[in-house]
Design a protein around this ligand. Structure first.
Ligand SMILES: [Fe+2]
Ligand SMILES: [Fe+2]
Length: 184
């Protein structure tokens, strides 16, 4: 990540921390998710709710009128409700991702351990790496569609470059979601 990208990401991060969903935003969420899913969405930290709504709006701007994609935009980070991160842990992830993305992958790969029993610094990386899988499970339990669940599970997956081969509908939607997530 170059310096201007890091500055951009930092500004986004602080903006997201200080803004709250408006009443209009809440109505928008309720128009896409069913009541049980809205309850789940409301468990996200306020700053994460704001981020997810920004992702939804970005997806819509790109012509993402697919309802499964819109639900995935709102719920893509829902796995974070399992292990809410403190501010310093979130900052740690942003900085480490900028300096050494491979370290985030390596330190977050611990499987089968209880994150809350880990040293604080490692717990943050496990959440960063594993919240897509946790989120897919939660969304599935809340009745999300197969496509929404798949998009949540894969939202951090590295896709091959566009045009490198035939894209499935799932991959096409995933590209829209990932671009919106990256810029929101
Ligand atoms: Fe995520
Ligand atoms: Fe996200």
């Amino acid at each position: 990540m170059n310096t201007s990208r890091l500055v951009y990401r930092s500004r986004q991060f602080w903006q997201a921390l200080t803004t709250r969903p408006s009443e209009v935003d809440k109505e928008l969420v309720a128009s896409i998710l069913d009541p049980g899913q809205v309850e789940l969405f409301n468990l996200l930290q306020k700053s994460e709710q704001t981020h997810s709504i920004r992702v939804l709006k970005a997806v819509r701007k790109q012509g993402g009128d697919n309802i499964d994609l819109q639900a995935a935009a709102l719920l893509h980070d829902i796995g974070k409700v399992k292990e809410p991160l403190r501010l310093w842990e979130r900052i740690l992830i942003v900085i480490t991702n900028a300096i050494c993305p491979a370290c985030v992958k390596e330190w977050g790969a611990a499987q089968g351990e209880v994150p809350s029993a880990m040293p604080g610094w490692q717990r943050a990386f496990v959440v960063a790496e594993q919240h897509p899988a946790w989120g897919a499970e939660l969304a599935s339990q809340c009745g999300a569609s197969v496509m929404t669940v798949a998009l949540i599970a894969r939202h951090q997956e590295k896709l091959s470059p566009e045009g490198a081969g035939e894209d499935s509908e799932e991959n096409r939607l995933l590209r829209i979601l990932q671009a919106a997530d990256k810029n929101s």
